[in-house]
Design a protein. Structure first.
Length: 136
């Protein structure tokens, strides 16, 4: 397995089978152009088998932190360490970029995600709630 940062629309759209919906080239371009947005893709035999996306967030009194925005692993490659490796790779990038921490919101019933994040060194702070405003 090889993990690389996606830098082209072609790389982002080639991983489309891992997303919740179809990739749009115009959104992929916007993603790549946005400062602080990044996606790491795991490849096996040249095929994308997983990704993790991160977004840097900066605040005047806190500095920069990394939000692990989304993690996905192709079903046939799950439970093989791909998700953990992607999380660890994002952590490495976050540290290199000077982030003071990294965090992810996760449904407490998503035991597979919780196990992956914990295996990658994440800890549950038991203080997180997600409040959502939906616009569509």
């Amino acid at each position: 397995m090889e993990i690389r940062r996606a830098t082209t629309v072609t790389e982002l759209t080639a991983a489309g089978h891992l997303y919740d919906g179809p990739a749009r080239p115009e959104w992929a371009e916007r993603f790549l152009a946005a400062d602080g947005h990044l996606m790491l893709i795991a490849y096996t035999d040249g095929r994308p088998v997983g990704f993790v996306s991160g977004v840097e967030m900066v605040h005047p009194d806190k500095g920069t932190e990394m939000c692990l925005y989304e993690l996905s692993v192709d079903e046939e490659h799950r439970r093989r360490g791909v998700g953990r490796a992607l999380c660890e790779a994002l952590e490495t990038v976050a540290r290199e970029r000077g982030c003071y921490d990294m965090w992810v919101g996760v449904d407490p019933a998503n035991t597979a995600a919780l196990a992956t994040y914990r295996a990658a060194g994440g800890k549950d702070d038991e203080r997180f709630a997600t409040i959502t405003w939906e616009f569509n």
